[in-house]
Design a binder for this molecule. Structure first.
Ligand SMILES: [Zn+2]
Length: 329
């Protein structure tokens, strides 16, 4: 059975809200819902522009609700992690009293049998509100608004910005050959796969020769030397975005292993400052103390895998072969 690893990348940022959405979000912290007049209509949520003509709307905000009427709905029997509620609920168009347009939001009705077009619903507010649409947890059947837990009151300042957290989670299959590389690292061994057809040796990849489309099983494993020469490198100067743990410039190096045609790519350095990294530098593999390595597979963001930590200088004289820099794989 194929093993998978799951990775999540998040991109936290703030967006500015502008005069209309900012006022809407500020009002949510006060447990009020605002619309904006557009001629005889009241748009909820409020917009800066007439959605039909694109004309700018005057800042003529009006309070609506708090109760409203369900105009249309769909039942969500199995909520995902992204959904506003962790139990079955309805997504509904709720036209708040005094509004012309419906607001799309969740209705916590308990069961689909309780949902009808025309049913009356009222807001359920969070106790602590920050000026986001989910300050309004959901709507509930009936006319009376409710508040979850203790009410900590409205925002002290007008809400002008909103935290936004975009994220993506993906799952990658782990080839059996990558697991074997990690296993070998526990014995402080570097292994590769030799193709019987073309003779090339691969130190990473999916367990295939990409040239001959030939699967390379454990019987094709070969021991690799643990010394080599840096053929290329990159120095990363970390930007202090949220979640960044590195503070100093660090290097990722490409190492051409001695007596082979194999380049180990994008590896970390150990006790080797980024300023001292250069093409031609002689290096050797550095291994973790038994039991202290991680379970990462080759190709991860850290560049280390299993008990392999990276490369450090041997102290030998540099190699001056001008062809070295052409070896990036
Ligand atoms: Zn081959």
């Amino acid at each position: 059975m194929t093993r998978f690893v799951e990775n999540t990348i998040t991109f936290p940022y703030q967006r500015s809200l502008g005069p209309v959405v900012g006022a809407f979000m500020t009002a949510l912290t006060e447990r009020r819902i605002l619309g904006i007049r557009n001629g005889d209509a009241v748009l909820v949520p409020p917009m800066e522009w007439d959605p039909a003509t694109g004309a700018e709307l005057a800042l003529d905000l009006v309070e609506v609700g708090p109760a409203g009427t369900v105009e249309a709905w769909t039942w969500v029997p199995e909520p995902s992690a992204q959904h506003p509620l962790d139990r079955p609920f309805a997504f509904a168009f709720v036209r708040l009293d005094g509004a012309t347009t419906p607001l799309l939001h969740a209705v916590d009705a308990g069961s689909a049998d309780r949902m009808t077009d025309g049913m009356r619903v009222a807001p359920r507010w969070k106790g602590t509100r920050v000026g986001r649409i989910d300050d309004l947890v959901c709507f509930v059947p009936g006319e009376e608004p409710e508040t979850d837990g203790d009410d900590t009151g409205p925002a002290e300042e007008p809400v002008t910005r909103m935290d936004y957290l975009a994220s993506i989670t993906y799952r990658n299959p782990v080839p059996a050959s990558a697991d074997r590389v990690v296993e070998a690292s526990r014995e402080h061994r570097l292994i590769g796969l030799a193709c019987p057809t073309c003779g090339r040796v691969y130190a990473s990849g999916n367990g295939y020769c990409p040239i001959d489309a030939l699967p390379l099983g454990p019987d094709r494993e070969v021991e690799l030397p643990q010394t080599g020469t840096i053929s290329n490198f990159a120095v990363v100067t970390p930007v202090q975005y949220p979640g960044q743990t590195e503070t100093e410039p660090f290097a990722r190096v490409f190492v051409l292993l001695d007596g082979t045609d194999v380049v180990i790519t994008y590896s970390p350095t150990v006790d080797l400052h980024a300023d001292d990294v250069h093409v031609g530098l002689r290096v050797r593999a550095v291994w973790a103390e038994p039991g202290t390595g991680d379970d990462a597979t080759g190709g991860g963001m850290t560049g280390s895998w299993g008990d392999f930590l990276g490369w450090t200088a041997t102290g030998e004289p540099d190699v001056t072969d001008p062809d070295l820099v052409n070896r990036i794989f």
